[in-house]
Design a protein around this ligand. Structure first.
Ligand code: ATP
Ligand code: LTN
Length: 340
């Protein structure tokens, strides 16, 4: 449990921090596994959502792509319902305190703690084994601890990083004195894992090289219809959830995301129908789900000044909060305050 109470004494709400990497266009898995829950949480919690562009460069990025995708991700946060009046939305690189805290935490982290991270092992097989990839989880810990977050909504693959974050917070608190809230992971009760449309035993990913595998939030109705039509199916004809038939189960899960209906009703609806009918109805439902998101996204991209203002205000609010924590940390560490 937390060593300290939630830092937001003004609102008495628990603080939530989460983020996504701008490593590609957002897709339906990001919506189902994260954005939908962030949306719900912002009504009851004090939420900060960042676009973690500094994490994205742990894997080589083309500068023009990174610039475009970072704004794209921010616009899609807002278009899918994250309300800038309720939540703080910002780009990680606009708040230098993340990197500054990360350095202090780096000096408290043992080599073994980073080298046992499974995501590091997986990513360093596919990409250059840089020190940035190695210390990635320490920057993530800084993202969280700098805002004294109580809860961190993440997918199961991030639990190990959260564990390190907790250990670092406890280590700092123990060595210096109580400073950080020790955050808990928040694994959503109805978390859905969306699988690739082409290889249903692999998770859908925004950076998959095969674009047919992924339903992007900005895909046109034709693209959505075509990708769903070409999605692989399993043997057998029955349309119901079945662990042994990941392809049909994935299509049904997507239908549930798009319609918010209970799975039992969905299975009853498709009883006796065929794959073509399922795919056609799923495409209709997905197009209807994404239509308002895309309309809002297009509006935001057409008027960049509004988006830029939100990110400017978000970064200012985030910097104010981050500065408070960093000042305490520097003082406790023994750094001489800057002379004015
Ligand atoms: P990359 O392809 O760059 O590894 P990704 O698309 O797999 O990225 P992340 O940026 O790692 O996704 O994740 C952002 C958020 O979206 C996380 O909270 C993660 O749990 C969620 N998420 C990602 N992919 C899926 C998926 N297929 N199903 C459900 N949730 C997902
Ligand atoms: N590692 C996370 C992205 C991320 C994050 C964070 C999530 C970076 N910093 C802080 C929650 C809180 C990912 O790859 N999904």
């Amino acid at each position: 449990m937390s060593n300290q109470e939630s830092s937001n004494t003004a609102t008495n709400k628990k603080v939530i921090l989460s983020g996504m990497q701008p490593t590609g266009r957002l897709m339906i898995g990001n919506y189902a596994g994260a954005l939908r829950n962030w949306n719900a949480l912002q009504h009851t919690h004090d939420c900060l959502f960042c676009v973690v562009d500094m994490h994205a460069i742990t894997v080589r990025q083309k500068p023009a792509d990174l610039r475009r995708t970072s704004l794209d991700v921010a616009a899609l946060y807002i278009a899918s319902g994250i309300d800038p009046e309720k939540s703080v939305i910002f780009l990680q690189s606009h708040v230098p305190q993340h990197a500054e805290l990360a350095w202090v935490l780096t000096c408290l982290t043992y080599m073994g703690e980073c080298s046992r991270m499974t995501q590091f092992k997986e990513k360093s097989e596919k990409h250059s084994e840089t020190v940035g990839l190695f210390t990635y989880p320490i920057l993530m810990a800084a993202d969280i601890l700098i805002y004294q977050a109580d809860l961190v909504p993440v997918g199961a693959d991030q639990k190990q990083h959260l564990e390190l974050t907790r250990n670092l917070a406890e280590r700092f608190n123990h060595y210096y004195s109580d400073t950080f809230v020790v955050p808990d992971p928040y694994i959503p009760p109805d978390g859905h894992r969306i699988m690739s449309l082409q290889e249903p035993d692999k998770k859908m990913s925004k950076s998959d090289s095969n674009q047919k595998s992924t339903l992007f939030l900005t895909d046109s109705p034709d693209e959505i219809r075509n990708k769903i039509k070409r999605a692989v199916t399993d043997s057998g004809t029955e349309i119901r959830m079945d662990e042994a038939r990941p392809a049909v189960s994935n299509l049904l899960t997507l239908y549930q995301i798009a319609t918010s209906k209970p799975m039992a009703d969905i299975e009853a609806h498709f009883a006796g129908k065929n794959y073509a009918e399922l795919k056609s109805e799923l495409a209709d439902a997905m197009i209807a789900l994404l239509e308002p998101v895309q309309a809002e996204y297009n509006r935001l991209m057409d008027d960049k000044t509004y988006l830029e203002q939100i990110l400017k205000d978000g970064a200012e609010a985030a910097r104010r909060r981050a500065h408070k924590t960093l000042r305490k940390v520097y003082k406790k560490t023994g750094f001489v305050p800057a002379f004015s």
